[in-house]
Design a binder for this molecule. Structure first.
Ligand SMILES: Cc1cc2nc3c(=O)[nH]c(=O)nc-3n(C[C@H](O)[C@H](O)[C@H](O)COP(=O)(O)O)c2cc1C
Length: 268
């Protein structure tokens, strides 16, 4: 398990208020936090096989299974990946590192070998399916890992340099590295706090989308957390998140559409 908080305590840390009822069985899911520092303790390959099986047990649009993973365990290969992941320490030190891929390559092969023209695979629809499939599989892997006391950290920085990642991992046409995933048992004393999230009323709309949005309560709660945790940057969530929309911070990811077009994903 990651963390020891009860359901009520984890709920308070998420939302800044008490839950309406006790749901202790839900507590393990609320206790999630990204884990970026790992104990010097390997994860058994048999457990990793179980995590992959859990990932493959996720639902997938029409059973098309438009995702794959590459694990990068060889130290030289990990070193090659590191600058492609913004040199983040957790990528260098994670006992296991996976790259999750949106993958239409295998389906193109299957269709062709069954005598079909895979022309429609360049529709945005198939890319969207692949992203959803990969995300569902990854998060199922993460919750299963957390159930076994393993911490996880996704790595979106894998999208900074798609050409570099494609070369390093020998990715064929129709395959795009969506994100990395670090897995490792948490280093004692280095497990972060549960992060506050938006109030449920700001994400859960009943029947129709609301006319207005009020983030002031969450901005204040997130700011208090960020200041307390000495997290760099503007403390309020709206300011911190708004800043990310600045094109300079987006960097090469601004050219993602052109890249996806060039590898045969999303042409129409
Ligand atoms: C697709 C994705 C990419 C992410 N990329 C990174 C990353 O490159 N580096 C990092 O330290 N955390 C990364 N994160 C972790 C988020 O920052 C984290 O989930 C978020 O701040 C909420 O915090 P929590 O996971 O501790 O609840 C990523 C998360 C997701 C879902």
């Amino acid at each position: 398990m990651i963390g020891q908080e009860s359901y009520a305590e984890a709920f308070r840390q998420r939302y800044g208020q008490d839950p309406s009822t006790e749901l202790e069985s839900v507590a393990p899911f609320l206790r999630h936090r990204s884990v970026r520092r790992y104990a010097d303790q390997p994860i058994n390959r048999s457990l990793i096989e179980g995590l992959v099986a859990a990932a493959q047990s996720a639902s997938t649009s029409s059973n098309l299974q438009l995702w794959s993973i590459v694990s990068v365990q060889d130290p030289d290969n990990r070193k090659r990946i590191l600058p492609l992941a913004a040199n983040q320490t957790q990528v260098a030190t994670a006992p296991w590192f996976f790259v999750f891929l949106a993958d239409t390559h295998r389906l193109a092969h299957a269709a062709e070998s069954a005598g079909f023209d895979p022309a429609n695979l360049d529709l945005a629809e198939f890319y969207t399916m692949a992203v959803v499939d990969a995300a569902l599989a990854a998060e199922r892997m993460v919750v299963t890992a957390e159930h076994h006391g393993i911490g996880a950290c996704y790595i979106g920085a894998m999208r900074d340099n798609p050409a570099g990642v494609t070369e390093a991992l020998n990715l064929p046409e129709g395959v795009f590295a969506l994100f990395g995933l670090c897995l490792g048992y948490p280093l004692e004393g280095r497990v972060g706090k549960i992060k506050p999230k938006l109030a449920q009323s700001e994400v859960w709309f009943e029947e129709t989308y609301p006319e207005s949005i009020d983030l002031s309560e969450y901005d204040a709660r997130a700011a208090a957390f960020n200041l307390d945790q000495k997290i760099q940057g503007p403390p309020a969530w709206s300011t911190k998140s708004g800043e990310r929309l600045n094109t300079e911070r987006i960097g090469a990811r601004a050219d993602q559409l052109e890249w996806l077009q060039s590898i045969g994903l999303i042409r129409r």
